[in-house]
Design a protein around this ligand. Structure first.
Ligand code: ZN
Length: 505
């Protein structure tokens, strides 16, 4: 490296680290707001968050940052190792995203985002989609405009997808989703018609919250979550936040009538938390160490929630613990019965409550609708009808109200389009990673049955968590599994599993 390049790169690092640290402060403020802040502080907190957001925006659009990037662009790319090249690439991408959009549009989107949220809450409460429709229309127009500024080479919907799952396009997703539809719709139908259904009665009852909390902490610790560098608390919606890999905050919620919901939320969020705690040791305040995409993040939470914790071996290991913790409910329940009960499949209206077999159809429905909204083939006013018709075709149920249909998700009220595919991409990645792990660690299920999760965590740490943002999701999947995303693994997994549980020939 010449001295100049050296200075430009170290200047860049300094600026990026500051932005990342300010972002960490922001995350901590958000966590505080969701978990322990007194409700009377809502207004002052909103102002603090907005002030800090202003500072972060200023730093992220600093012309000097642009000058550093310009200077580095003139250099021979081979001057930089892959760690440095990644920081430069990611910084350029973020800088473009922050600076290419006119300020007026940024402000208008932020304003509609906060106003839209309340419009949506009210429309949902009153079951009145027509009240939300104008907000939705305006957001789509703005997001099309935004796309033209930020990713002019992509179609508007692809640009929105790229925001969450870079490098992934409709052309890649659509055929995979068609494949899922053609396999899963008939499978769900067979499940519905099956003579054998899991008995879930023993999961109903009263489960003291203090015992649920102790159980959740124990299992999270068993999985390898470090409570020296993390916490577990309660919030309305479970999430994984925190300001740094050494300070990872996961949350869950409790209902004393259901321990599975809170426990699996803990396991899910612990999966996200292990990704954060497992980030590369070097450059932890730099883009290179950051978690890759929404889809890859979700692959890590779903890996633990579904591939590990919905596995029979997991039920076998924890059966005795469950029975000791909840003696009134779980006595005499067999491992097979527990395994079947936690994998019960039932088509329902609400995405966030859906099981792993019906979930992809909820996502595909939204993907098709968003695609149509952006290419103009779907009109906002016709959405409730279209939504409900698709629910009948895909899941055999028609939502009786828009509250239980088109108005259920928060995403569109904040202008988050192209986000939904990440959930199902994550589920497919998780399944493909698990299959590769079984090949490389043939004793995986034995480890699970013994409650020995260290080899599993270490594998994920090495192959995925510590890789940060060095590769695109496509490259990472290829590198880890030896092939591109292949929906066959997910389809075969679901078919084998649910045919066995429901005794379908
Ligand atoms: Zn998640």
């Amino acid at each position: 490296m010449t001295t100049n390049v050296n200075t430009a790169y170290s200047d860049l690092v300094e600026k990026l680290e500051e932005i990342s640290r300010l972002g960490g402060v922001m995350s901590t403020l958000h966590w505080d707001q969701e978990v322990i802040m007194p409700s009377g502080a809502a207004e002052s907190r909103a102002k603090q968050i907005s002030a800090l957001a202003g500072v972060i925006h200023e730093r992220s659009t600093d012309p000097q940052l642009g000058e550093c990037l310009d200077a580095l662009k003139k250099e021979d790319p081979s001057t930089f190792n892959k760690f440095e090249a990644c920081n430069i690439r990611e910084a350029q991408r973020e800088y473009d995203k922050e600076t290419k959009v006119p300020k007026k549009l940024v402000q208008e989107m932020a304003e509609l985002g906060s106003r839209g949220h309340f419009v949506w809450i009210k429309a949902r409460e009153e079951n009145k989609f027509s009240d939300f429709a104008p907000t939705l229309k305006r957001f789509i127009e703005m997001k099309k405009e935004w796309a033209a500024y930020v990713f002019p080479d992509l179609t508007p919907y692809d640009a929105n997808i790229d925001n969450y799952e870079r490098g992934t396009t409709m052309a890649e997703i659509a055929p995979i989703f068609e494949r899922l539809k053609s396999e899963l719709i008939p499978l769900i139908q067979s499940v519905k018609e099956a003579k054998h259904h899991p008995d879930t009665s023993f999961l109903e009852g009263t489960f003291p919250v203090d015992k649920q909390e102790a159980l959740g902490k124990q299992i999270s610790t068993d999985m390898g979550f470090s409570f020296d560098q993390g916490r577990m608390d309660v919030s309305v919606h479970p999430f994984c936040g925190g300001g740094h890999p050494t300070d990872v905050r996961i949350t869950t919620r409790y209902r004393d009538s259901d321990f599975i919901e809170s426990l699996y939320a803990v396991i899910h969020e612990t999966g996200h938390g292990l990704y954060e705690q497992g980030r590369m040791k070097e450059g932890r305040d730099l883009p290179v160490s950051e978690a890759l995409t929404m889809g890859i993040h979700e692959s890590q939470s779903l890996f633990w929630e579904r591939m590990i914790a919905q596995n029979k071996a997991f039920c076998a290991h924890y059966m005795e613990t469950f029975q000791t913790t909840f003696p009134n409910n779980m006595q005499g329940v067999s491992v097979s019965a527990l395994y079947e009960a936690i994998n019960n499949c039932k088509p329902s209206f609400i995405r966030v409550e859906a099981d792993e077999l019906t979930y992809p159809l909820h996502v595909i429905l939204r993907f098709e609708i968003e695609k149509g909204l952006f290419d103009g083939s779907v009109s906002v006013d016709g959405l409730p009808e279209l939504w409900n018709d698709k629910m009948v075709t895909y899941l055999g149920v028609r939502p009786p109200t828009d509250t239980l249909g088109v108005l259920q998700d928060v995403h569109w009220s904040g202008g988050a389009f192209g986000y939904f595919p990440s959930y199902t991409l994550g589920a497919m990645y998780a399944c493909q990673f698990y299959k590769t792990m079984l090949g490389e660690l043939p004793d995986t299920e034995k480890y699970i049955e013994e409650g020995k999760f260290a080899p599993i965590k270490t594998w994920l740490n090495e192959k995925i968590h510590s890789q940060g943002s060095l590769y695109s999701p496509q490259e990472l999947v290829q590198k880890v599994t030896g092939e591109p995303l292949n929906p066959d693994h997910f389809i075969n997994y679901l078919k084998t599993k649910y045919r066995a549980i429901y005794q379908i020939n």
